[in-house]
Design a protein around this ligand. Sequence first.
Ligand code: GCO
Ligand code: MG
Length: 442
Amino acid sequence: MAQPDARSVPPAVPTDPAAPALLAPAPWVEERGAKVRITAVRTFLTAPHGCPHLIVRVETNDPGLYGLGCASDPQRTLAVRSVLDAYLAPLLVGRDPDDIEDLHRLMLNSAYWRGGSITGNALGGVDVALWDLKAKRLGAPLYSLFGGRVRTRADAYTHVDGTDAAEIADKVTAARERGYRHVRVQAAVPGSDTYGTGAGGTPDGRALRHRAVPWDSAAYVRTVPAVLTEVRARVGDGTELLHDVHERLDPRQARDFLRRVEGAGLYFVEDLLAPEDSAHFAGVRAGSSVPLAVGELFSDTGQFLALLDGPVPVIDFARVRIPTLGGLTPVRKLAAYCELRGVRLAPHGPADVSPVAQAATLALDISSHAFGVQEAAVFKPAVAEVFPGTVTARDGGLTPHETPGHGVDFDEAAARRHPVPEPLEHDRWALLRSTDGSVQRP
Ligand code: GCO
Ligand code: MG
C-alpha cells in the first residue's frame, strides 16, 4: 500500500488507531506478531502546584495498559505540547511500544536538527511513558528493569533560604530535625535580586513584569560566602550544605566566589557558571577544592561529556533533568558513563518537575551506583490529588513504589480542577537585569 506523502502535514491529533503508522514500522515488528499497539499519545496541562505540568499519556489497544511521562518545561510549555501533539503523536500511533530505543531514535531523527529543551522535553515525556508502560506489562517496578536496587532509598535535599546566618542556621536545624542530611542554602543579598529567596513573584502571586532590584554580582560575592561560612559555624559538620549560584557569575567572579567559600565545607556549589562558560570549569576547578555540580540547563547529554572527559572530570555532580535531556533512555547511558568516570548524579527535581518525572528519576537513583543526592520538591497538597502515588520525602529520603511501573498515576478529572494560569507566566527569567542595566543570566 502506498505510504501517505511524507510531506503531508501530520494531523494535530492522533490518527485512527486502526490505521498503519505514518511511516513503515520497524522490520522485525511484523515478524514478531506483536499484539500491543500504541493507539494514542495524549497530552494534559495542569497546575496543582502553580507551575504548569505537561503530562504525556501513551495509550494502547489494551484499555488498561498505558504509560505516563512528564514533558514539563515551564518556560516553553505550549511549544513542547505542540511538538507532542502535531509531530510525535502521529509518528507513534500504530507502533509497538516495546522497542523504546528504536522509538527514541525514530523520534529524534524525525526532528532532524538535534537538541534543545523543546525537543528534549517532548521526547522525554514519551520516553518515560514508554518505560512506565513496559514495566507495567512486565509487572515490575521500573527500577527493576534497570538492574534492580543498589540502595534502600535515595538521599534527598530540601531548600532553605533567609536573610542572615542566624535565621538560615535555624532553618537548617529544622530541616535536620525532619530527617534531611542534605540542605540547599540560599541567602538574600541586601540591595540585590537573588535566586532562591522568594523574589520570583509579587506577594499576591502575580507574575513580575520587572524585577524590583537588579542583580549585583559584586554584592553577592562579598556577601553570600561569608553567610554560608557562618551558617556552617553555627550548624557544625553534621549536615551537608549545598548552594545554587544559578549561573549568575562570570569566570573571574566564580574564582573569587570559590576562594571565599572554601571554609564553608560545602557538599557542592551548583551552576557556578552558565552553560556558555563551561570551558572555564577546568580553570576554575584548578584553583579550588569546592565540589561542583552542573547540568540542569543542559538539553543534550553530550554537553556533559566535555566536563566528564579528559584526564580528570572537572565537575563532581551531574545535575541531570530527565525530561529536558530526552528521557530515561539517554540519561541511563549518561549515568553509566558518570559511574565509570567517578562523577555522581544529583538529579534536578524542584516542583516544576512533576511527580511523574520525579518517580522516573527515582527509578534511576535507586538503581545507579553513580547516584549522589536527589533534589526533592515539597509539593502542595493538591499535587497528590492530581498525581496519585506522588512520592514525598521521609526522613530526608525518597523511596520508590514496589508497584509495576514508576508508580505514579494521573487523575484527569482532578487535573481539570487545577488548570494552568492564563496567560502562562513564562518570562520570569527574562526580567532580570544587572546593575549596569544589561540583561542578566537567570
Ligand atoms: C534548581 C533549579 C530550579 C530552576 C527551575 C527553572 O536547582 O532547583 O535551579 O529552581 O530555577 O527549575 O524552571
Ligand atoms: Mg539549580
